[in-house]
Design a protein around this ligand. Structure first.
Ligand SMILES: NC(=O)c1ccc[n+]([C@@H]2O[C@H](COP(=O)([O-])OP(=O)(O)OC[C@H]3O[C@@H](n4cnc5c(N)ncnc54)[C@H](OP(=O)(O)O)[C@@H]3O)[C@@H](O)[C@H]2O)c1
Length: 223
């Protein structure tokens, strides 16, 4: 049976690096909002023997997520959903606009909850499945100028820990993944990180995640 992994935010950074690793033994289905980025990502993955595809979808849009994931499950046997799409705006709280706050909460929190909810009936019917939530060390402790970003990542931590308990015995395994800074396009629009050369590469982190993906409830790349 050909296994499929769905990766949200798969058009760049960690999502693309994960796609690269998982494509060695999974069909890969990427999700993101920017079609040109997804198309480019597919081209870089084209060497793989497994099938790679993409769907344009905003993970913070409930109806789009329901519809796109339903379409994928009609065609594929999905083993793993990686909720990786995320965004960060790093400023003191008083400088964040209402839009900044909502964008982080919508993408990072709703954008993890909606896909997880959408896959559950399918995984439950199959009797197996995994949901891996990419969090951050920002889900472990508060940081200066990261208050709302940290709030969203703490939310996803609580969400994931709860699903570990709620789904016990169903054959569905949630995993929370915690990592520090990675040198990805995430930092392109900000000077919050002064020296990006000190950060891990997304490829290094993706390999560490791939190597530890064994149904454990937590993967700590950094603490
Ligand atoms: N970089 C770091 O230092 C770091 C550290 C710890 C954790 N993380 C986490 O790692 C994850 C991946 O980030 P990254 O560093 O790889 O950054 P990235 O390159 O900016 O990747 C984020 C991806 O998410 C997609 N995305 C954003 N909003 C979306 C939405 N509403 N619907 C669908 N896709 C959406 C983006 O594509 P579109 O804009 O085209 O949709 C982009 O491809 C995030 O959850 C981030 O919080 C990053």
């Amino acid at each position: 049976m050909n296994k499929t992994v769905i990766i949200t935010g798969g058009g760049s950074g960690l999502g693309l690096a994960l796609a690269n690793h998982y494509s060695t033994n999974f069909n890969v289905c990427l999700i993101g909002r920017t079609e040109s980025k997804l198309q480019q990502a597919i081209e870089t993955l084209s060497q793989t023997e497994n099938r790679v595809s993409y769907h344009v979808c905003d993970v913070a849009d409930y109806e789009q997520v329901q519809s796109v994931l339903h379409t994928i499950f009609e065609k594929e046997t999905v083993h793993l959903l990686i909720n990786n799409a995320g965004t960060g705006i790093f400023e003191p709280l008083h400088l964040l606009s209402k839009d900044d706050i909502e964008q982080m909460i919508h993408t990072n929190v709703y954008g993890t909850i909606y896909p997880s909810k959408a896959v559950f009936p399918h995984f439950n019917k199959q009797g197996f499945g995994k949901v891996m939530n990419i969090i951050s060390t920002a889900g472990l402790r508060g940081k200066v100028n990261e208050s709302v970003y940290c709030a969203t990542k703490f939310a996803v931590r609580g969400f994931t820990e709860s699903l570990v308990k709620e789904w016990e015995g169903t054959g569905i395994f949630p995993t929370a993944v915690y990592m520090g800074g990675m040198d990805t396009p995430f930092w392109d629009e900000t000077d919050h990180i002064k020296d990006r050369s000190r950060l891990k590469s997304p490829e290094t982190v993706a390999k560490m995640i791939f190597d530890q993906d064994d149904n454990r409830p937590e993967i700590f790349i950094d603490r």
